[in-house]
Design a protein around this ligand. Sequence first.
Ligand code: ATP
Ligand code: MG
Length: 289
Amino acid sequence: MQINSIHSAPKTLSKYAALAQSSEQPLVELKDISVIFSQKVALQHINLRIFPNSITTIVGPNGGGKSTLLKVLLKLLSPTKGSVTYRADLRVGYVPQKIHLDHSLPVTVERFLSLKKGIQKSDIQQALELLSISHLIKNSMQKLSGGEMQRVLIARAILNKPNLLVLDEPTQGVDINGQIELYQLIHQTQQKLNCAILMVSHDLHIVMADTNEVLCVNQHICCAGTPETVSNDPKFIHFFGDQFSKNIAFYTHHHNHNHNIHGDICCQNNHACAQHHHSTSPTNNDVNR
Ligand SMILES: Nc1ncnc2c1ncn2[C@@H]1O[C@H](COP(=O)(O)OP(=O)(O)OP(=O)(O)O)[C@@H](O)[C@H]1O
Ligand SMILES: [Mg+2]
């Protein structure tokens, strides 16, 4: 993984462009997805394709619908509208944003990982080795540090050797050095398993060099493109305000619409508008128009 070399990703970009233009079938395809929770729109008109071996990073404000999008893609949540299609050989591993551990029932890492159906001891050992945490096998889940817990959750997600690994903010609660290490591990895991990665991350400044495509989600896909494509317009920072640190200031995209405080789209002149356009280059994953 190239860290702090955010503008040096042409290799991955050309790989991605080739993927998007190839006739290869996507692992997953979402078509015109909308999700409405008791009259509140969480997502609308989402189109998305995930190709084998690609790395896609989703960014967006809190409450923008990122986790909801992952849950729809994982078929954990039925969309109000739209379809989710899987390639026949899809195997998914998922690292959720939160897990609930029962603190009254102590459980070791080994036991926790063996709860997954059809898992052999050798699968557990391999996964722990890949995440460099073999030494934690007999430790109590309840006593793991934030970084150790995230590694165990990734180990659990790769037990079935997925060809798509989905991670929802995998470095939450981990300090900056731990974050860099975790992303390195995720990247190594991707190369080892030869899988695609779909990840929600606020740490775009770290993951950028390895990301093929960035999706910016706030109810709809506000913009999508290669990191370079979307990093050239300072309006991105206006849109996200304080959500993103100064480190991320280079990551920008162009909007010719605004969002009101509820996240609804409105024109710059504040007149309601039904249609809006984005200036980012078209990519595999259409920006909703
Ligand atoms: N099961 C649910 N029932 C009702 N509303 C929900 C449900 N799940 C999510 N929401 C709402 O949908 C919106 C999107 O939530 P979601 O968790 O997808 O956002 P997010 O982008 O992942 O946010 P964060 O960055 O804070 O994790 C929020 O307003 C949230 O309150
Ligand atoms: Mg979330």
